[in-house]
Design a protein around this ligand. Structure first.
Ligand code: F6P
Length: 333
């Protein structure tokens, strides 16, 4: 049916068989997440036909205008994941506080964090968007409704993934053993592995950054981009290309596919950076490192940062290892 390829369901079962003492709880959790990603894909694809485009008329905790599809995707993720008995609590970029498991359902041992639909500015204009998720273990004895349970460094993640709703729907997943991408077969509505053991090339000639913020950047970032822009005639001795989709899911997927460096640095306006540590930076850094790339805030490896609040922002520089190391060395200079 799928030319001998591995479906995501089979991949999850095979990973479970390899993990000593696995109970199936983690597999069930991943399957619920996959169901949610498929369901959101359907809502996104209906677009203007279903009246799901436009603003929801509310703001999230970050003060950002919520889109109708942000709210719909958030609801889908909650509904798909709260009943299975695998989670102790959920946290979302779109909700102020952690969402405890409703009392009628059993509690499990994992915590789920998500950005229900990344790339907000692209939702209404038919450019790729998608959810990002991160899975942690709930510390023993911790209450799921207490945000402190979630404040674990990215190194503690047991799984991370994201979907890109583009010309094809692709789901990228790591369970800490490499990175795999699965394409949604629209006839069987099954995710099928199309990219196994993804590796990010260590070198690149492509960068992604919102250049409209240039006047506010710190000197190390300005230096790096100036040198890229100087091309063959500059200190790098080669020309660079630029891409900026403004959907992190699409920009990171491109980097997984052909290399590159993605930067949302701190600047004079976004003093702590712009992206969220728990919902965006940590899961993407886990994926990028698992694919042989690197991720830093300029000074510290992102996965080693100790979070101090759920909705914390952070500077993000990730992608091809040698370029990320170069930017890090400019911060140390
Ligand atoms: O909120 C996250 C996000 O939409 C990312 O997906 C993306 O990388 C970034 O914000 C885009 O930011 P800007 O609007 O500054 O280009």
């Amino acid at each position: 049916m799928h030319n001998g390829r591995t479906t995501l369901n089979k991949f999850i079962i095979e990973e479970q068989r390899r993990a000593e003492g696995a109970t199936g709880e983690f597999s069930a959790l991943l399957n619920d997440l996959v169901t949610a990603c498929k369901s959101i894909a359907l809502s996104v694809a209906k677009g203007g036909l279903a009246g799901v485009l436009g603003d929801a008329g509310a703001r999230n905790i970050q003060g950002e205008e919520q889109k109708k599809l942000d709210v719909i995707s958030n609801e889908i993720l909650l509904e798909a994941n709260e009943w299975g008995g695998n989670l102790a609590a959920l946290a979302s970029e779109e909700m102020d506080l952690p969402h405890p498991i409703p009392t009628q359902y059993p509690r499990g041992e994992y915590l789920l964090l998500f950005d229900p639909l990344d790339g907000s500015s692209n939702i209404d204009v038919n450019i790729s968007v998608g959810p990002i998720f991160s899975v942690l273990r709930c510390p023993p004895g911790a209450s799921g409704s207490d945000e402190r349970a979630f404040l674990q460094p990215g190194t503690a993640q047991v799984a991370a993934g994201f979907a890109v709703y583009g010309p094809t729907t692709v789901l990228v997943l790591t369970v800490g053993d490499g990175v795999h991408a699965f394409t949604l077969d629209r006839e069987t509505y099954t995710f099928v592995r199309t990219h196994a053991d993804i590796r990010i090339p260590e070198d690149t000639q492509e960068f992604a950054i919102n250049v409209s913020n240039m006047r506010r950047w710190e000197p190390p970032v300005k230096r790096y981009i100036d040198e890229c822009l100087a091309g063959k005639e500059g200190p790098r001795g080669k020309d660079f290309n630029m891409r900026w989709v403004a959907s992190m899911v699409a920009d990171v997927y491109r980097i997984l596919s052909r290399g590159g460096i993605f930067m949302y640095p701190r600047d004079a306006k976004n003093k702590d950076g712009r992206l969220r540590l728990m919902y965006e930076a940590n899961p993407m850094s886990f994926i990028v490192e698992q694919a042989g790339g690197a991720a830093t805030d300029g000074k510290t490896r992102i996965l080693e940062l100790q979070p101090h609040k759920l909705h914390q922002r952070v500077a993000v520089i990730l992608g091809s290892k040698n370029e990320v190391e170069r930017v890090t060395s400019y911060h140390a200079a």
